[in-house]
Design a protein around this ligand. Structure first.
Ligand code: NAD
Length: 318
């Protein structure tokens, strides 16, 4: 299979590309990989240094439909990760989010159809369901986004599903919970906590730290995407859960414990606007149809993740 990966210089995209090149997703037989990324502040070629000889990289904005269409020539599938992805930035200004996430997705869909691509996997997020105080969101739960980021992702999901119905492009939308692992921009929770502690500061916790997130290792996310791409999904939307829920305060305490630091290295800061209390997806559809299970144990991989940021200071100081 020849695949194009958008956003492949960012956190999840670059892990997906490196895992594929390393043969860690044997279910997917990839002969050729095209990576499309315009290298915003969140994307860097240093995330792909080890694999640059194995891929074709294009520094291109996904909104440039004509150029993207040419990049997609001969590709069998698109995995569309590219997006503006940080909620706090979307609260300061939602415009880049609406542009890259909504317009950019429409552009990718039109380019994929024009280039004759046979499969399109649109990577979305559990945040489109909004806050879920109890229980879990199935794929047919109403979309109720609360941040401009989540609204832009919900809009892109609807655009992808409508495009599939209108033009017959085989589209799969995935909605995943919070990812963690190496190469994540230090503005996001886990690297932010770890790098702040390494710099001698305290973990800044929003509100009272009671917000609940469900955590999935980035390679388990990639593995789920690879299974969907290799198979013939019966449905158009699949949730991907981590099955490991923590309050932000519990997460902070685990990190402090792992780093052997005092438990009082936490500073509570004013809460994020419209901060969702809890996300939780029901991913039984993916589990039942594909036998999907997260393979990585949180205790081991959070230790590895902390060690990665500790050992790669030059990467996050870039
Ligand atoms: P990221 O911010 O680390 O990477 C995004 C990448 O997209 C960057 O390399 C950036 O340069 C590129 N990009 C942004 N706008 C672009 C444009 N207009 N043209 C070309 N490239 C562009 O994000 P991430 O955390 O890797 O997330 C990847 C995808 O996964 C996103 O769609 C996000 O919504 C989704 N997701 C993320 C998480 C998570 O926990 N990080 C969870 C669920 C879903």
């Amino acid at each position: 299979m020849r695949i194009a990966v958008t956003g492949g210089a960012g956190f999840i995209g670059s892990n997906f590309v490196r895992d594929l090149v390393a043969g860690r997703f044997p279910v997917l037989d990839v002969q050729q990989m095209v990576v499309i990324d315009n290298l915003t502040y969140a994307g860097t070629l240093s995330n792909l240094t080890d694999v640059l000889d194995d891929i074709t990289f294009h520094q291109t904005d996904i909104c440039d439909t004509g150029t993207v269409t040419r990049h997609l020539a001969d590709c069998d599938a698109v995995v569309h990760f590219a997006a503006e992805s940080h909620v706090d930035r979307s609260i300061k200004s939602g415009l880049p989010f609406m542009r890259s996430n909504m317009l950019g997705t429409q552009s990718m869909l039109e380019a994929a159809a024009a280039a004759g691509v046979g499969r399109f996997v649109h990577i979305s997020t559990d945040e489109v369901y909004g806050s879920v105080p109890v229980g879990s969101s199935s794929e047919d739960a109403p979309l109720a986004p609360n941040s401009p980021y989540a609204a832009s992702k919900a809009g892109s999901d609807l655009a992808a599903l409508a495009f599939a119905r209108t033009h017959g492009l085989p589209v799969t939308v995935t909605r995943c919970s919070n990812n963690y692992g190496p190469y994540q921009n230090a503005e996001k929770a886990i690297p932010h906590f770890v790098t702040t502690l390494l710099g001698g500061g305290n973990i800044p916790l929003y509100g009272t730290g009671t917000n609940v997130r469900d955590w999935l290792h980035v390679s388990d996310h990639g593995n789920a995407v690879a299974q969907l791409l290799a198979g013939t999904p019966k449905e158009s939307i699949y949730n991907i859960g981590g099955g490991f829920q923590l309050t932000n305060l519990e997460l902070a305490r685990i990190i402090l414990d792992e780093m052997e630091l005092d438990s009082d290295r936490i500073s509570f800061v004013p809460d994020r606007k419209a901060h969702d209390a809890r996300y939780c997806v029901d991913d039984s559809r993916l589990r039942d149809e594909f036998g999907y299970r997260p393979q990585r144990d949180f205790a081991t991989t959070i230790r590895e993740t902390i060690a990665w940021y500790s050992d790669n200071k030059s990467w996050w100081h870039e």
